[in-house]
Ligand binder design. Sequence first.
Ligand code: PLP
Length: 209
Amino acid sequence: MDNNAYLKIGQQAMMKNVGRLPVVISRGEGSRVWDADDKEYIDFLMGISVNNFGYCNPEITVALTKQAEKIIHVSNYFYLEEQVRLAEQLVKLSGFDAVFFSNSGAEANEAALKLARKHGKVKLGGKYQIVTAKGSFHGRTFGALSATGQPKYQESFQPIVPGFSYADYNDLGSWQAAINDQTCAVLLELVLGEGGVIPATHDFVKGLF
Ligand SMILES: Cc1ncc(COP(=O)(O)O)c(C=O)c1O
């Protein structure tokens, strides 16, 4: 089947939850991908920075294949050898106490939101409010969507999860105004992505602490 034939089926059979480009990817190598017509592209997106080691990186391919031959998944009722070894390394390198493994950015942010809320409940006398940036993007799950400071993504799903307020990026005064006696956390992209690829200034981040 060629690119257009796949496209026709995909456009009908797949939900239109995001706007996709009319390209059906067939394979990748390094920084390049090929569509179903064998047309070559340089992919600057790399899975929105997920595939930063390149497509079909030989070392990753070998590791994945070896692991698939051993075992792929057990429930979270067990530990996995590789998981334990990776957790130990991450703890050592990061200086944090423990890690939480998740499958996506949205899931990581959901965990962060829940940790913040729990900390607020248990340690801060019930504080629950979380401040995030206007123009931010934190994911498509309900909590992460509610944290996302872009009303256009939230409109269709109102009412969203309560307890979020939004402040202007790199404007400490705006955050000071949004933070109140019920605030338990702030959630921040250190480079505001969808809001314009704007790096956070040093003074702004320092000020938030
Ligand atoms: C800054 C930021 N946070 C969170 C997410 C959500 O990550 P995922 O798509 O892996 O759920 C994204 C995705 O683009 C993102 O750009």
